[in-house]
Design a protein around this ligand. Structure first.
Ligand code: SF4
Length: 405
């Protein structure tokens, strides 16, 4: 059975394996070859979405500007991160780096310290590298050509399309998770949307649907629909401005689309970390480049080692071999275990407080007061370990508690 004539999506996606909830309704739909909307109908579809967006869009700081640098920054910060979490970081980052050239001139450490807590720190490193390149090659102006934008570190097809359409009105459609979900439901498309062929088809579809006279508004409207109405778990179809064109709603399968992706199984990791502490409350932070450093986003961290068993012995051995610090078992106070996630890794943080008369002298290391990291960029894993150590000190060691207060 062919889909109805007014079906808005032009795609070569295949529908397969209907689940039990919609089997009877989908069973007759297999390979989909869809006719596009008629020109007047696609016009109505676009008007409906754009009118809704103009009336209902959220007032977000990056929507009050056409500055490509600010739009680019927001797009990078919003990757893998919720809007509510991004807003304060976005605003404070811009206070410190108000334009692209001020960012291009910054040291990586300063950029990371303004990113600390937002996670996925490779975004900040790439942002800085791209700003430096834009400063050197394009006189500090974000390029308005797609290929040039794509050649910059950390900028893929989605980000290039978002910045260029919103800042420069280039007719490039975005496809992110929100837009893909909306398209999948509008077309009742099954399967793993991230499978390369299906994703390419969705990109083509998004590009066909783009309102070319106002691509920036259109892209934001599609993303806003996915973020506020066509929600992953409970789409608000009764409030949806394009419900009349939605095949998933008609078939009653909106809630089961898109189909769940096969997730990568989480990898369990145990890290043993050492909070070396002198009587004044100073601790030792190092910067590591290997695998252990990656688990702390290659920022300042406590000395740590991945371990499978007997965390204290492995850590003592690590401290002796790498830092020349000899610690007896009885000198290690086990702290409350904390948990932390980095992408697919679930990390168990086994931390030990190790009071010392004097901190070892390690080239390049830092010795801040425990928990007072100031502008040093540290990951949230390091902050969790520091908090566990401070809690212990406050309960068990009045002298240390005083030093840390
Ligand atoms: Fe999403 Fe429902 Fe709108 Fe369809 S009708 S696009 S499922 S919110």
């Amino acid at each position: 059975m062919a889909l109805p004539k007014d079906f808005p999506i032009s795609t070569r996606a295949r529908l397969s394996s209907p689940d039990s909830r919609c089997k009877s309704r989908c069973a007759t739909i297999r390979a989909v070859s869809v006719s596009s909307l008629s020109a007047p109908e696609i016009g109505k579809f676009r008007r409906s979405l754009l009118t809704w967006f103009a009336a209902c869009k959220r007032d977000l700081p990056w929507r009050r500007t056409k500055d490509p640098y600010r739009i680019w920054l927001s797009e990078i910060m919003l990757q893998q991160t919720r809007v509510a979490a991004v807003v304060p970081y976005y605003e404070s980052f811009l206070l410190r780096f108000p334009d692209l050239l001020s960012l291009a001139r910054a040291r990586e450490e300063a950029v990371l310290s303004h990113w600390a807590g937002l996670g996925y720190y490779s975004r900040a490193r790439n942002l800085l590298r791209a700003a430096q390149e834009i400063g050197a090659r394009y006189a500090g102006r974000f390029p308005d050509e797609r290929e040039r934008a794509l050649s910059l570190p950390g900028i893929g097809r989605y980000t290039a399309a978002a910045v260029l359409s919103i800042a420069y009105e280039k007719p490039l459609a975005v496809l992110d998770g929100n837009v893909a979900r909306v398209l999948a439901r509008l077309g009742a498309i099954r399967g793993d949307l991230r499978a390369p062929e299906l994703w390419h088809n969705l990109e083509d579809t998004a590009q066909e649907m783009l309102a070319r006279t106002m691509p920036g508004e259109w892209n934001q409207a599609m993303m806003e629909l996915g973020a506020t109405i066509c929600l992953p778990k409970s789409p608000k179809c009764a409030e949806c401005p394009v419900a009349k064109w939605c095949q998933a709603r008609k078939l009653g399968i909106a809630e089961v689309l898109p189909e769940a992706r096969k997730k990568r199984a989480p990898v369990q990791v145990t890290l043993a970390a050492a909070v070396l502490l002198d009587p004044r409350g100073r601790t030792l932070l190092v910067r590591r480049t290997g695998k252990d450093g990656a688990l702390f986003s290659r920022m300042w961290q406590f000395p740590a080692i991945e371990t499978r068993a007997d965390a204290s012995s492995k850590l003592a051995q690590h401290l002796e071999e790498v830092f020349g610090v000899k610690i007896a078992d009885e000198g290690m106070i086990r702290l409350q275990t904390a948990r932390h996630s980095v992408t697919f890794r679930e990390i168990r943080l086994e931390s030990f407080l190790i009071p010392l008369g004097r901190l070892p002298k390690i080239a390049g290391a830092r010795t801040p007061l425990l928990g007072r990291f100031g502008k040093l960029p540290v990951s949230s894993a390091t902050r969790k370990i520091a908090s566990a150590a401070i809690v212990h000190a406050q309960k068990q060691d009045p002298t240390l508690a005083k030093a840390l207060s």
